[in-house]
Design a binder for this molecule. Structure first.
Ligand code: PEP
Ligand code: MG
Length: 548
């Protein structure tokens, strides 16, 4: 047995096989080959396998997201067999006498550049597809043809670090736990683990090699340890712990269907945070009162091109219908910083967290923003949808957004398309500027939802992605707690409601404090809803305030 220790970011026990996550970015070396025709044949069989993989992906996507969204995989299959692409690869192999991996990577780069330089926006958008396809063929040639997790049974995923665009593509049913060598406690991988209610350990010096790949292991998300090939004693002890966990969860089941009301009658809404439609099962299973944060950017991260209005509409409609009249707050595109999609072609930045991200992208690319707003508005005819805007810093910004929203509504009116005319609009409070301007902002919107992840980062001047700063990232900092109170008070002064959708909202040690501050809503990972409900129902808010 070997024990590795890291930092636990979500508690729980997982027992299963380790699977080292294969990054897509294997380096490609240029190597001379003796037999060029054998190399050309190796390329031909890799192409065949790529087409098979893409066909399987197409079929999976049709089932999960529908025909329209799945089409991209059909297009990819065509590109694999595109004559110009194939001729270029074969030409490089034959004329330079080099390996197929190099020839494919080189052709991929050349074609990508060529598409990027085209006038037509549609063709420019295809550049990212070319990259995806050439990387797929290279992975197959390198004998690394899997889609990240090469296993049919659920596994413990071990990786160097995981980008949101990688986690979004993973088959969530196959993941028991995440273990990463790098990563910060506030990264989206940690958030994903919380959403999935599975243990996660970060900054763990585990080797990403055969030494652990495929081995039996236990992840203890309480102590932040990974036991590789555990002794029978350790295994038995952890199995017992796992059993206790399951029993605790079963006890929480009894709280389903019960109200979120304190002993002295104060009510609070407990909503769920989701990243995509696959999380809907968890929302229903955990008896959420609604969705308080739908991170819509995950739709963009999961695509290889801008999702169309119809594709987005289908997703938002599905969420609205599934929630059957319960509130669904869709946050508009919050891309940038750690959430990157190649086709946006965002410039490299010195300080991405303070860069072109979220609402700033929407306001500089109104066509992208309007497409999303149209899709959300159309979906609002099928349930109770609200729109929320991220990263707001000023009243002027909100006025500009409302202006764009009004234009989109007028367009829909002109086309006779139905939507909820009274759709609620709100903003995320996640910059210190928005806290200071909360009273003025409260006059412009229907609600506030506090993004404590970013608010903490910007208030304490601590990059949430920087793992070496985790010990300084104090989300209980008095400045943050004071800001929370300022925001609720400002909202209530103007008759608006206020909630928290950042990770702090799920901090059980603060539930009583949030009730005392007067929050109307907490939006948390689905698995946190019942534990919070338990505390709410056991709290006497006036006694708590008196005892402070
Ligand atoms: C936040 O910043 O608290 C938030 C909820 O948004 P995200 O974590 O997606 O940036
Ligand atoms: Mg945020």
């Amino acid at each position: 047995m070997i024990v590795y220790e890291g930092k636990a970011v979500f508690e729980g026990i997982a027992i299963g096989k380790l699977s080292v996550y294969k990054k897509n970015e294997e380096t490609v070396k240029r190597e001379k080959v003796e037999d060029v025709e054998a190399e050309v044949a190796r390329y031909a069989s890799a192409r065949e396998e790529a087409v098979e993989q893409l066909q399987a992906l197409y079929e999976k996507a049709v089932k999960e997201v529908g025909e329209a969204s799945a089409e991209i995989f059909e297009v990819h299959q065509m590109v694999v067999d595109d004559d110009d692409f194939v001729e270029s690869v074969e030409g490089i192999i034959r004329t330079q006498g080099v390996n197929a991996e190099y020839a494919v990577a080189e052709t991929g780069d050349n074609f990508k550049k060529m598409f990027e330089e085209m006038e037509d926006e549609y063709f420019r958008g295809r550049a990212a597809d070319i990259k995806d396809i050439s990387e797929r063929i290279v992975r197959i040639l390198q004998g690394n043809g899997g889609e990240g997790i090469a296993s049919d049974e659920p596994v413990i995923v071990v990786a160097d670090d995981l980008a949101p665009s990688e986690t979004v593509q993973m088959d969530k049913d196959k993941i028991l736990s995440f273990v990463t060598v790098h990563g910060s406690a506030n990264s989206h991988t940690s958030i994903l683990a919380k959403t999935m209610n599975i243990p996660a350990v970060i900054t763990c010096p585990i080797p990403l090699t055969e030494e652990v790949d495929g081995k039996e292991a236990v992840v203890d998300g309480f102590e932040g340890k990974i036991y590789v090939e555990p002794t029978p004693e350790v295994l038995a002890e952890k199995q017992k712990l796992l059993q206790t966990e399951l029993e605790k969860k079963a006890l929480l089941e009894e709280l389903k269907g019960k109200e979120n009301v304190t002993l002295d009658g104060q009510k609070i809404n407990l909503y769920a945070n989701i990243g995509n439609t696959k999380d809907l099962g968890l929302v229903l299973k955990n008896d959420a009162g609604g969705i308080g944060l739908f991170r819509s950017e995950f739709i963009y991260l999961g695509s290889s091109d801008y999702p169309t209005e119809d594709e987005q509409f289908a997703i938002y409609k599905q969420v609205a219908e599934t929630l059957a009249g319960k509130k669904v707050i869709i946050r508009t595109l919050d891309i940038g910083a750690d959430k990157q999609a190649d086709y946006f072609q965002l410039p490299a930045e010195e300080n991405p967290a303070m860069g072109l991200r979220a609402i700033r992208i929407c306001l500089t690319r109104p066509e992208v923003f309007k497409t999303q707003l149209r899709a959300i508005l159309r979906a609002s005819a099928f349930g109770k949808v609200s729109i929320m805007f991220p990263m707001i810093i000023s009243v002027d910004e909100v006025k500009e957004i409302q202006g764009i929203l009004a234009e989109v509504k007028a367009e829909l009116d002109g086309e006779g398309i139905a939507y909820d005319k009274n759709i609620e609009t709100g903003i995320m409070i996640e910059t210190p500027a928005s806290v200071i301007m909360a009273e003025e902002l409260a006059k412009e919107v229907d609600f506030f939802s506090i993004g404590t992840n970013d608010l903490t980062q910007y208030t304490l001047a601590i990059d949430r992605q920087n793992q070496s700063l985790d010990k300084f990232y104090d989300s209980h900092h008095p400045a943050i707690l004071k800001m929370l109170k300022m925001v609720v008070d400002a909202a209530h002064k103007y008759g608006k409601w206020a909630g928290i959708c950042g990770e702090l909202g799920a901090d059980l040690t603060l539930t009583k404090e949030f009730l005392a501050m007067g929050f109307d809503e907490l939006s948390v990972s689905p698995g946190r809803i019942l534990p919070i409900r338990k505390i709410v129902r056991e709290t006497d808010v006036s006694a708590y305030k008196a005892g402070k």
